[in-house]
Write a protein that binds this ligand. Sequence first.
Ligand SMILES: [Zn+2]
Length: 412
Amino acid sequence: MNIYFAVIITSLIISWLLGVTSDFLNARAMRPAPPREFRDVFDTDTYRQSQEYTRASMKFSSLTDSFNTAVILIVILFGGFNLLDQIIRSLGLSTLSTGLIYIGALGLISGTMSLPFEAYHTFVLEKKFGFNTTSLTTFVTDRIKGLFLTGLIGGILVAAILLFLREAGGYAWLYCWGFAVAVSLGLTYVAPTWILPIFNKFTPLEKGELRLALETYADSAGFELSGIFVMDGSKRSTKSNAFFTGFGKRRRIALFDTLIKEMTVDEIVAVLAHEVGHAKLGHIKKRMFTGILKTGAIFYLMSLFLDSRPLFDAFGMEQTSIYAGLVFFVLLYTPLSLILSVISNRISRTHEYEADAFAATTTEYPDSMISALKKLSASNLSNLTPHPLTVWLGYSHPPVLDRIRALKSHRK
Ligand SMILES: [Zn+2]
């Protein structure tokens, strides 16, 4: 028995089973009435809708997961990776071009297969619950823009990695690491001005009560903001959000237009305060630092497996190559990636509690964070009672009920 084959197949099945189990437990954890804290924002009808939405979303993600797992298992068992390799090799191109086409083709095939699922999600599921505002034109142009960006950035990244691995010997992983980190920091730096505007319109928040309140808060917290922008989130969905982009002096906050529409000034200040908390408490730096370390560890691990003939045998490959090795390593990495994401979600949830506490203690009205969270969960039809396994596996934010209870403990 090929050990790589066993590890990959087992971990694909385990990760699928975990998803199915978590959905099952989640459905059982639903309660007939909303928790006490939410009775003012969730009436019976909204609560029933939120449960239906949770159920529909789970069914959808189970279906997608099952489909994807089945496809990848079939491709592995029937030698699909080798077949594609033979077809592309028959074109007689250079090793680098062959590698780029191989990885690009895999990306295109999986992207094309997920397209019907994405369309269903947007135009059927989200529409049914009144969230979708994406027009067909937006949907199509989003995909085209995404394809272009991924092709360009991914192409450069993969080409560099393939070249380093071929030319740089034992230290190749260090070069790959340095390059990948430089690209990712560069992207973060240009995202607010070059990348995000490709998909959304950002307009500076007009002068008025809200702007004044946000600026006053930022000043009082000793936080430098290079801009407050409104993003046309309503172009795709009625769901709302807020986020920071860029770093250092170029840091700006983007508020969804949908958020501004449904929240009071104090609630939006609380949302800003929460985000400022992430920055002030060093969460953003910590996340960046662990991300960089993780990238290094991945490249180092990868360098250990790339020459391993049994890894190629697991996929029935006739010839070995760096590019196929890269793809197989990603699959081999599945179990470790699952463990790491559980750990990083755990850390992220702790950070969310800390940022909430920061918002509650530094704003004038500590209860604004609570009412902001309640409004958000009602308008997004959030699942109020997720099962602990679901939270443990995939929640980057604590369940909203736990956040509210923690916030109440900060009342002076
Ligand atoms: Zn947060």
